[in-house]
Design a protein around this ligand. Structure first.
Ligand SMILES: NC(=O)c1ccc[n+]([C@@H]2O[C@H](COP(=O)([O-])OP(=O)(O)OC[C@H]3O[C@@H](n4cnc5c(N)ncnc54)[C@H](O)[C@@H]3O)[C@@H](O)[C@H]2O)c1
Length: 317
């Protein structure tokens, strides 16, 4: 019987992780989330899952301690992830991501949680200095959000060193897939895929900030979940980069989505001013993850097709 705790388990990646963990024989999955940016409701996530328990809690709240106590694995995903919001109002992002992560790690230290997986991010790197980015790439974040992820990432490292803890630091690149929030409010990461899909299905042009030659490594969410499981199965300690190792421009994302939505020849992307703090290029060097046996199973085209199908059925219907 394994007791798993997932902070941010009502979010986009966390909810898929909970779905997968709950299928394991004898698993007890506990979700902590304050529903500020949930991708799914507790009723939806817990329906038909007797082994999933949900607590409405803020990760900065000391009451998380009694819930985490006795956990075999803590997956710490809860965070304020909106890059634009972090630039407009850094205080909230810093408070949640820094003090929340400190509270979660302290709890894990005090209660001797045997395994922790922290959701770090490629945003810790800033623009790529090398063709592909591995665990040793310099950390040079370009937004307060990225800086808070550096804090969490390096605090995990320090806890491994100082207290002999067993924390995997998972550096995902851009994850996309069903349940991802797609508001125009400037959410980070693969949210651009949702924003473009929404516009294209409504017969409007996707708006690309800047020249559209910003490049990202987009990974389908089930592969990202595999990365979290790998950290536990292989008992990874310290940083591990998990992505596809293939990058694509925002221009090509827009054109591919126009094609998948059947609007080729009808719609063309349009360009607007570049956004401040936007990283120019990010692509994962997955050598370390691959040495542990990690493989991506869904390519970009099929992932985008699955996403558009989900969008049509759940958002656009
Ligand atoms: N989505 C990506 O492409 C990506 C890439 C790299 C890293 N990450 C990291 O993975 C994690 C999950 O990302 P996501 O895209 O699923 O984000 P998300 O916003 O969908 O999920 C985060 C969840 O945390 C919850 N939350 C926020 N503040 C909280 C607080 N103070 N207390 C309790 N719960 C709180 C939200 O309600 C939400 O359900 C984040 O830590 C993010 O930084 C995501």
């Amino acid at each position: 019987m394994s007791k798993y705790v997932v902070t941010g388990g009502m979010g986009f990646i966390g909810s898929h992780l909970v779905d997968t963990l709950s299928k394991e024989d004898g698993a007890h999955v506990i979700v902590l989330d304050n529903l500020t940016h949930n991708a799914i409701t507790p009723e939806e996530l817990c329906a038909d899952k007797k082994n999933v328990e949900y607590y409405w809690l803020d990760i900065r709240d000391h009451n998380i301690r009694e819930i985490i106590r006795g956990a075999d694995v803590v997956f710490h995903l809860a965070a304020q992830i909106n890059i634009d919001n972090s630039i407009i109002n850094p205080n909230d992002t810093i408070d949640i991501n820094v003090n929340g992560t400190l509270n979660v790690l302290e709890t894990c230290r005090i209660y001797k949680v045997p395994k922790v997986v922290f959701a770090s991010s490629s945003e810790i790197y800033g623009t790529a200095l090398t063709d592909k980015m591995d665990e040793s790439h310099p950390l040079d974040p370009q937004s307060p959000y990225g800086a808070t992820k550096v804090f969490g990432d390096r605090l995990c490292h320090a806890y491994n060193e100082a207290y002999g803890m067993n924390i995997a630091i998972l550096r995902n690149f851009n994850v996309f897939g069903p349940r991802q929030r797609y508001t125009r409010a400037g959410d980070c990461y693969g949210a651009v895929i949702g924003i473009f899909t929404d516009l294209i299905l409504r017969g409007k042009s996707p708006i690309i900030f800047g020249d559209g030659e910003q490049r990202r490594d987009y990974q389908y969410v089930s592969d990202a979940v595999d990365g979290y499981l790998l950290c536990v199965e292989k008992d990874i300690i310290g940083p591990v980069v998990v992505g596809t190792g293939v990058d694509i421009s925002i221009n090509d994302i827009a054109l591919t989505l126009i094609d998948i939505c059947g609007k080729k020849g009808e719609i063309e992307p349009i360009h607007a001013d570049a956004r401040p703090g936007e990283v120019r290029r990010l692509c994962a060097d997955t050598t370390l993850a691959r040495s542990y046996g990690f493989r991506s199973h869904t390519d970009l085209y099929n992932g985008l097709k699955a996403y558009v199908e989900w969008f049509k059925a759940n958002v656009h219907s």
